[in-house]
Design a protein around this ligand. Structure first.
Ligand code: ZN
Length: 98
């Protein structure tokens, strides 16, 4: 399963940032646009997940994410599927913001 690690985001909630861009909220999963399930096998329609084809997966990771503000939980199975190193848990956000 050596696919390209290009995934977007599916999330349980949504909010709109000041620029009018829809952003993920709540629990986030990795999702490949064009499919209807997350990388961990959750059906989007069943779980009522919102799709965010414009938000790259890495943007919702707490340590890197410009879209992580409202993210409460990153699905560990999707994170693992995306090659997130599990030994390296840096949940404290390294934010350049003042
Ligand atoms: Zn998941």
């Amino acid at each position: 399963m050596a696919r390209t690690r290009q995934a977007a985001v599916a999330a349980s909630g949504t909010w709109t940032d000041p620029d009018g861009v829809r952003m993920p909220d709540g629990e986030v999963h990795a999702w490949t646009p064009g499919t209807n399930q997350t990388l961990c096998g959750v059906q989007l329609s069943r779980a009522r997940l919102n799709r965010f084809p414009h938000v790259p997966w890495k943007e919702v990771l707490p340590e890197s994410g410009g879209a992580a503000d409202q993210v409460r939980r990153v699905c560990p199975r999707c994170a693992a599927a995306m090659g997130h190193r599990s030994g390296e848990r840096r949940w404290s956000r390294v934010s350049p913001r003042p």
